[in-house]
Design a protein around this ligand. Structure first.
Ligand code: NAP
Ligand code: ZN
Ligand code: ZN
Length: 382
């Protein structure tokens, strides 16, 4: 893509001429270009359960990649969006932005993929590509606005985008990621959102050896933050409301565990952390965690509760503490994260479900009963 320097182009990326020579069946690619009816699961309104629904995917444009979706992770953002908790949902909505699958067709100008490749799609499928942030590979902060994988408008046609709880998807190759075939594919899917959303701030704030990192909330994002934090060399403490998750937290890489409902345990950690990553999806008291930061410490919010929160300036001031937030990660950094995971054998701990169980999975996530990401086996959608 425009903003990527040649040197940062990942190895294994094929050039167009190469691909044209080697493409196994270019005729089949052409016949698959027509828009196709695609089975999916959708919410029709904030208070309806997700149910079978038919969508149409666009024709493959010259730089498009069509994927047969094999697995799709279930992010808490899917719940916020299906229920219009952020007041931006366009119905009917097919959620899902942790998408992995196999390439089944490519446009004639595609250079990165060919049919048969494994590939992934995350939270966004387009951006303006020209603004100051897009040029830096920070497409998630596109000043015009990134195009979300679902419940957004296609920049060219105005059609509503639909997500990964479906059989296939068509996306511009610049927003499609290469995947390693060495990792279990279902466990790779959550890296496309939970993975990059925690990897990106840890890298931006250079969290590593010698740092004390607190992770609030052990769900999809939280368990990836623990894995990356430990992998980068930080001392990781899990801050959880669920006492029965302690053993798992330690297995995932946490060195310490504190039960946040026990004020005595929190008091002992006052002024302790250099960084805190807050992944909590529901309303909670930020001040209780800000107090746990050391002088010059930073708390980075990645969880997005639907309601705004009060922050005590005195708590920030008494230690020059920072409160920040971070959104997913850009395209180059997401590929970097996927390559890092392939190199270090990092995947998400998942519970594989059939699509028919999606409403039950949502109910369990709302009770913090997730270990630690539900992933839909798309073979169950017929
Ligand atoms: P999740 O799997 O449901 O995990 C959330 C965890 O937060 C729960 O397992 C629970 O962990 C804890 N929690 C829940 N309610 C709580 C409460 N009232 N007080 C304290 N802790 C509570 O959710 P997720 O998929 O990781 O997503 C988390 C949040 O991140 C969501 O708001 C989502 O929309 C957002 N998100 C943001 C971005 C971004 O770009 N910034 C990207 C993806 C997702 P314990 O049992 O350990 O307490
Ligand atoms: Zn997500
Ligand atoms: Zn832009």
């Amino acid at each position: 893509m425009k903003t990527q320097k040649k040197s940062s182009r990942p190895s294994g990326v094929r050039k167009a001429t190469d691909r044209a020579k080697r493409h196994p069946d270019s005729r089949a690619t052409l016949t698959e270009k027509r828009a196709s009816a695609t089975p999916a699961y959708a919410a029709q309104a904030p208070d309806t359960r997700l149910a079978p629904f038919q969508i149409r995917r666009r024709e493959v444009r010259p730089q498009d990649v069509q994927l047969e979706i094999l697995y799709c992770g279930v992010c808490h953002s899917d719940i916020h969006m299906a229920r219009n908790e952020w007041k931006q949902t366009i119905y009917p909505v097919v959620p899902g932005h942790e998408i992995v699958g196999r390439v089944t067709a490519v446009g004639n100008k595609v250079t990165k993929f060919r049919s048969g490749d494994l590939a992934g799609v995350g939270v966004m499928v387009d951006s303006c590509r020209e603004c100051v942030n897009c040029r830096k590979g920070l497409e998630q902060y596109c000043t015009v606005g990134m195009v979300l994988t679902y419940s957004a408008r296609d920049r060219r046609t105005g059609e509503i985008t639909q997500g990964g709880y479906s059989k296939r998807i068509v996306v511009h190759e610049d927003f499609v990621f290469r995947l390693s075939d060495a990792l279990p594919l279902a466990g790779v899917a959550p890296l496309l959102c939970a993975g990059i959303t925690t990897y990106s701030p840890l890298r931006h704030w250079k969290v590593g050896k010698g740092h004390k990192l607190g992770v609030v909330g052990l769900g999809g994002l939280g368990h990836m933050a623990v894995k990356f934090g430990a992998s980068f060399g930080a001392e990781v403490t899990m801050l959880s409301t669920s006492p029965d998750k302690e053993r798992d937290a330690r297995r995932l890489g946490a060195h310490k565990f504190a039960l946040t409902s026990d004020s005595a345990q929190l008091e002992k950690l006052a002024g302790y952390f250099d960084f805190i990553i807050d992944t909590v999806s529901a309303k909670h008291d930020y001040n209780a965690y800000l107090k746990l930061l050391a002088t010059d410490g930073a708390m980075i919010c990645v969880g997005i509760p639907p309601t705004s929160a009060e922050v005590e300036v005195f708590t920030l001031m008494g230690g020059r503490r920072s409160l920040a937030a971070s959104g997913i990660g850009g395209i180059p950094e997401t590929q970097e994260m996927l390559d890092y995971c392939a190199e270090h054998g990092i995947t998400s701990d998942i519970e594989l479900i059939d699509i028919a169980s999606i409403n039950d999975a949502y109910a369990r996530m709302l009770k913090s009963d997730v270990r630690y990401r539900f992933v839909i086996d798309m073979a169950s959608l017929t």
